[in-house]
Design a protein around this ligand. Structure first.
Ligand code: GCO
Ligand code: MG
Length: 414
């Protein structure tokens, strides 16, 4: 039993996705997600031009050895492009192994540790009325946790708030933008930012939300890398009365030491890591207990093999999972997170932004939402199949994440 074919498929059913299809010589097919928002073709090239030929003829069963071959075997290792490519190979091999065994993947990862995975939804609104209606819509669907993002007076566009979303809409926020009339983008759009206005506004919003929705609802917030350490410490402290489930990425994530300052000043739980791609990005954060939740995506962190090790390491320090799950993780990457999250002991919460109907026609999924919880389903493997004919009808269209500028025109973290 060996790998007879590996193919990279780029498709854009509503947004761009990069998928790896691995086929064995006796006809099993495994799928892997390699989507890196706004840099899709780099991963497609890394896979297609450099890794796929070395996959042909390999023993499909040797998942750990294959992971080491592409990670340790590469002199230029780590980075989001490399680790998304390795992740796709790893996911596809786990998919095949579970399909061959005839079991849903979580059974090979130790079996279920829970009945379902608590998820959080994205509630956003340009003003409080819109935000409140969005939260109400999720509460009515049974969600027990919501992420709160809101417009800031004086700013034109704010991370996490769609200019076009209507309350209750199933999917409303995709930060990567195509060009005019859906054509290929040639460069990122520009947004504006003012930390002073944000810091004054956001605690009042959380006060209103707590007053309206009571103490039971779990509330989350994403700072999206925009604050200095001392500003982030002030934010975390000012949000303490509103009992957040977590405050995410308030400082640029590459500076692990920055989080120490926030920690020293506040008991608000902290989450980080969606832009990380290896356990080494977390070393200080985990061993010094500076965070409470690991935000990595299976898709961007080397796949199930690497994420399992990272989360086991975090678990030793009482740190739990909060795997990245926006719509730029394909349904295949989402399914991988769900199988892993169901199996591990130190699961925390799962981010869930439902994909558009168009995306879900191309990627047929077995995972299901029920009253605030997701379950990966009982289909053998990951439980996601790509309809290749339909996928071919949605060609890649360049789209970029925005860049951010302060009001004086200088560039800031987005
Ligand atoms: C989140 C993230 C995303 C990112 C997106 C970029 O917490 O879900 O911050 O919304 O902005 O993944 O591609
Ligand atoms: Mg985030």
């Amino acid at each position: 039993m060996s790998i007879s074919n590996a193919e990279v498929i780029v498709t854009s059913p509503g947004r761009n996705f990069v998928t790896l299809k691995i086929t064995t010589d006796d006809g099993f097919v495994g799928w892997g997600d390699a989507t890196l928002n706004g840099r899709e073709l780099s991963v497609a090239s890394y896979l297609g031009d450099h890794l796929v030929s070395a996959l042909i003829g390999r023993d499909e069963n040797r998942i750990e050895d294959t992971w080491q071959y592409f990670y340790r075997g590469a002199y230029w290792r780590r980075g989001p492009v490399t680790m998304a490519a390795i992740a796709a190979i790893d996911m596809a091999l786990w998919d095949i192994k579970a399909k061959r065994a005839g079991v849903p993947l979580y059974q090979l990862l130790g079996g279920a540790s829970r009945d379902g995975l608590r998820v959080y939804a994205h509630a956003s609104g340009s003003d409080y009325a819109a935000l409140s209606a969005a939260i109400r819509g999720y509460v009515d669907q049974g969600y027990t946790a919501v992420r709160i993002q809101t417009g800031v007076p004086g700013l034109n566009s704010v991370y996490g708030v769609s200019a076009t979303a209507k309350p209750g809409q199933k999917y409303d926020y995709e930060p990567a933008h195509r060009g005019v009339d859906g054509a290929a983008a040639t460069r990122p759009q520009e947004e504006d930012w003012d930390t002073h206005a944000y810091l004054n506004h956001i605690p009042q919003v959380f006060a209103q939300v707590r007053e309206e929705f009571g103490p039971g609802l779990r509330l989350l917030h994403d700072g999206h890398h925009r604050l200095s350490p001392i500003e982030a410490a002030r934010l975390a402290k000012s949000l303490e009365p509103y009992d957040l489930f977590w405050l995410e990425d308030s400082t640029p994530a590459e500076d692990q030491e920055a989080v120490r300052l926030i920690r020293q000043h506040s008991t608000t739980p902290l989450a980080t890591g969606e832009v990380f791609n290896s356990v080494f990005d977390y070393q200080t954060l985990i061993t010094d207990r500076l965070i409470d939740y690991v935000r990595s995506a299976v898709t961007h962190t080397g796949g199930i093999t690497a994420m399992k090790k990272l989360l086991d390491f975090a678990g030793i320090y009482g740190i739990r999972s909060g795997m990245h799950g926006p719509t730029d993780i394909s349904p295949i990457g989402m399914a991988a997170a769900l199988h892993l999250g169901l199996a591990i002991h130190n699961f925390g919460i799962q981010e869930y932004m439902p994909h558009s109907d168009t995306t879900l026609e191309v990627f047929r999924t077995s995972y299901a939402f029920d009253r605030g919880f997701l379950h990966p389903g009982e289909t053998p493997g990951l439980g996601v199949e790509l309809d290749e004919e339909l996928a071919a009808q949605y060609p890649y269209t360049a789209a970029y994440l925005p860049v951010n500028r302060l009001l004086d025109g200088s560039l800031h973290d987005w």
